[in-house]
Design a protein. Sequence first.
Length: 340
Amino acid sequence: MDCYALTRALIDLDSTTGKEKPVVDYLFAHLGVLAARQNGKLERMKAALDRDNLLLTFGEPVVTLSTHMDTVPPYFPSSDDGTHIHGRGACDAKGIIAAMVAAAEALLEKGTRNFALLFVVGEERDSAGAKAAAESPRGSRFLINGEPTQNQLALGSKGALRYEIIARGKLAHSAYPELGHSAIHALLDALRDIRAIPLPCDPILGQSTLNVGTIHGGRAPNVVADEARAEIMFRLVADAEPLRQAVARAVALHNVEAREVLHCSAVQLGSLRGLPTTVVAFTTDIPTFNGAWGKPFLLGPGSIHDAHTAEERLDKKELSDAIGIYEQMVRQLLTTGAAA
């Protein structure tokens, strides 16, 4: 199966975070053929209940190519307009999976071994797969993580600090609001103060940002709300602790709870000779791996601006180019073990 066909086959399997099993099963069968043909070792590594990572090793892995199998909702299937492959996960990150598999095949055909493929679950939500993998390292010294960077090597990526903000109130008839306490009003006041928190800036990574992603609450227009909640995410460029303290102060003023869901540190990454570089604002599994699979590098085909959108797509030439780039990176790291 060529790289384009594998990309489309993977896209056509809905693997929204938490429901990765169909794509895990498909890849396990697909990689099993490669493992049998090239004397590799294929493992299903437990990540969470009914959710597995996949690890395929050839020899003793020095370099590991890794990306994630899950996608954001909503799911939509693949299509091909001649120049681009469309569909959920096209660039984030099923095309990357296909490119890494093709690079592995090319390396093996030329006699190169001592590398691995690691595909994980949960990156889009809680990094459950990377957390589990970090607890079971295999001695790899270098990790090439795949995310859409337009085939440029990212010198750094922002971190993330995600919260669920929860407000609780007291039900009352809306004609007599003084008899109740509106959770929605408290939530809005807390969010106002959170949005007013000054955010740091880094000379390489740029400005920290805040997104209020979801808001839910209330029962009816004529009922004072007894519950409301929001999900927010900071994109970090510095230590998270000052932001944690500022959020705690903001919610305490309004008797609202801030429940931390996820924290990934901002990271600064290495370069490799001959590859163009960039800096990205999004968060990856790299902080969660925490060095357990080796020194991290970040590169993949596709634009992050197409990821998570209704028009997600991947340039087919960029996808093809990524195969050779991954092959080059593995060879360089195996040969010299050195950055630029």
